[in-house]
Ligand binder design. Structure first.
Ligand code: PEP
Length: 223
C-alpha cells in the first residue's frame, strides 16, 4: 500500500525537519511506498526513509519564470517525485498547463502522482466516469512511474470521504484504463482508512489534514 501525505501550505522548515526525523526513525529503512509532499521551502537535503515529493513545479529546468521552481531546484534536494493536477492547483491553471507539467515530468523520469476528481455537480449529474476519462486523456497512462490519485473535490478537506461504493466504482473504471497504482484521497482519517484500503483496486491513500501531525500519519500507516 502507498501512503502519501500532502502537507499543502502547512509546516515550516523547522517543523518539517522534526516531522521527517520522527517519520524516518519510525520507518527505519528506506521505503518507496511512503511519500510526503512538504511545502517547497521546507525541502530537506538529507536522505530520508520516505520519498520527498514536490507539491508543485514549473515545467522548466530554470529560466525567466518569476516565483517558480524548476528542475534544477528540485535536483538540489534530490526530488524525483511530483504531484500534478491537485484540485487546489487545477483551480489556478488550465489543462494545457497540466499536460505540459506531465510531459516535462515524464521526460525527466519523475514519479508522478497525478490527481483527478469530480465536483459534486458532476457526481450528481451521473457524469463522473466520463469526466475522469477526460481528465486522463492528456496523459500517458502507460508511463511506468505513474500513480493516479482519485480525489473527488467534494470530499477534499470536508471531513467527509466519498462512499466506498462510489470509490469502488471509480477505481474499477480506472483499473480498466491503466495498470498504474490507484490511490484514493479526500478526508481519509483513522475512522475510514481501513474501509477505504479494502476497496478493490485501492493501492493506497493520499492524505491531507489527517497527515499534518506526524503521529497521526504514522498511526494511519500502521493501521
Ligand atoms: C488532499 O488535499 O489531497 C487531501 C486528500 O486532503 P484531505 O485529506 O484533507 O481531504
Amino acid at each position: 500500500m502507498i501512503f502519501a501525505a500532502n502537507l499543502k501550505c502547512n509546516h515550516t522548515r523547522a517543523s518539517f525537519k522534526i516531522y521527517a526525523e520522527i517519520l524516518n526513525k519510525t520507518i527505519g529503512v528506506k521505503c518507496d511506498d511512503i511519500i510526503v509532499f512538504p511545502p517547497s521551502v521546507a525541502f530537506l537535503e538529507k536522505e530520508n526513509n520516505f520519498i520527498q515529493g514536490a507539491q508543485n513545479f514549473y515545467p522548466c529546468v530554470n529560466g525567466a519564470f518569476t516565483g517558480e521552481l524548476g528542475k534544477e531546484h528540485l535536483d538540489e534536494f534530490g526530488i524525483k517525485c511530483v504531484l500534478i493536477g491537485h484540485s487546489e492547483r487545477r483551480a489556478l491553471g488550465d489543462e494545457e498547463f497540466i499536460k505540459a507539467k506531465f510531459d516535462f515530468a515524464k521526460e525527466h523520469g519523475y514519479k508522478i502522482v497525478f490527481c483527478i476528481g469530480e465536483n459534486l455537480d458532476t457526481k450528481n449529474s451521473g457524469k463522473t466516469l466520463e469526466f475522469l476519462k477526460k481528465q486522463l486523456e492528456i496523459i500517458d497512462l502507460n508511463y511506468e512511474r505513474l500513480i493516479i490519485a482519485y480525489e473527488p473535490i467534494y470530499s477534499i478537506g470536508t471531513g467527509v470521504s466519498a462512499q466506498s461504493t462510489d470509490i469502488a466504482k471509480v477505481l474499477e473504471f480506472l483499473a480498466s484504463l491503466t495498470k498504474a497504482p490507484l490511490l484514493y484521497g479526500g478526508s481519509v482519517n483513522e475512522n475510514n482508512i481501513k474501509e477505504i484500503l479494502s476497496v478493490n483496486h485501492c493501492g493506497g491513500v493520499l492524505i491531507g489534514s489527517a497527515a499534518l501531525k506526524v503521529e497521526n500519519f504514522i498511526k494511519l500507516i500502521k493501521g
